[in-house]
Design a protein around this ligand. Structure first.
Ligand SMILES: C[S@@+](CC[C@H](N)C(=O)[O-])C[C@H]1O[C@@H](n2cnc3c(N)ncnc32)[C@H](O)[C@@H]1O
Length: 244
């Protein structure tokens, strides 16, 4: 569920929280294991988290004992209108079946004057993590056979994100770019999660672990740092919007 190595999201979370004052009631939609919720609570924000994944909700509750967490679906939030000051959806929209419905629900539960903050990945060419797929491409079926095109441009396109927010009745205040470095201290830290990912397991199934490790090491060599670690820079976008 975590999209990168431990701590990668701090600059993004900081951006989401930039305009959020202590004491504000914030719903963390798709809270996962509570990494963002932890930082928000540390800033004095009153956090409520929701996720479809029961084990993630349990982990978030343990990580943020002062918060409140429940299992639920972002498409149909159980709270009444205007129950929160802010809704944050951090790296969630790409995972839901109907992002527009999720944004409409977010707008409803903050109500007039409320704030909705959403983050998404940047375009593929803006993110060094594309090198993972490129390094293993020789072991995988052609891309066109792997991923059926979804309808319309992806949410990584800022214009699509703005349009979706508008359709949900939100007034966009800003779409900011935030760079987050994925840092891996050594080969094992880099290759372990990669080989365990969907594309990594498919590649290992075809070619065996040592060929895949070698291809990944070679493919990612340009991101290696003098200390033997790796640094991949990725762009994210953070949309801040208000309910007029
Ligand atoms: C990439 S993770 C992001 C987790 C967390 N926001 C973070 O930044 O670490 C996406 C999360 O969205 C959750 N999710 C996916 N569909 C959802 C839905 N319909 N309602 C609520 N949560 C959902 C997943 O279970 C997962 O925890």
């Amino acid at each position: 569920m975590d999209e990168g190595p431990s701590g990668w999201g701090i600059p993004l979370y900081e951006r989401v929280l930039a305009g959020v004052a202590p004491g504000v009631a914030l719903l963390d939609v798709g809270c996962g294991t509570g990494a963002f919720a932890r930082l928000a609570a540390d800033r004095g924000v009153r956090v409520v988290g929701l996720d479809t994944d029961r084990s993630a909700v349990a982990a978030a509750a343990e990580r943020v004992p002062e918060g409140e967490f429940r299992v639920g679906d972002a498409h149909d939030l159980g709270w009444p209108d205007a129950a929160f000051d802010v809704v944050a959806a951090v790296q969630v929209l790409a995972h839901v079946t109907n992002p527009l419905k999720v944004l409409r629900e977010a707008a409803r539960v903050v109500g007039r004057g409320g704030t909705v903050v959403v983050t998404v990945w940047g375009r593929e060419q803006e993110c060094d993590v594309r090198a993972f797929g490129e390094a293993l491409a020789g072991f995988l079926p052609p891309r066109s056979a792997r991923r059926a095109p979804a309808g319309g441009p992806p949410l990584t396109e800022p214009d699509r994100l703005r349009k979706l927010a508008g359709l949900a009745g939100l007034e966009v205040a800003a779409v900011d770019e935030v760079s987050c470095a994925f840092r891996y201290p050594d080969d094992d830290a880099l290759l372990g999660p990669l080989l365990a990912s969907d594309i990594g397991r498919a590649a290992v199934h075809r070619a065996g672990p040592s060929a895949v490790r070698k291809a990944a090491r070679d493919g990612l060599a340009r991101y290696r740092e003098p200390d033997g670690g790796y640094r991949l820079d990725n762009l994210f976008r953070c949309l801040t919007a208000r309910v007029p």
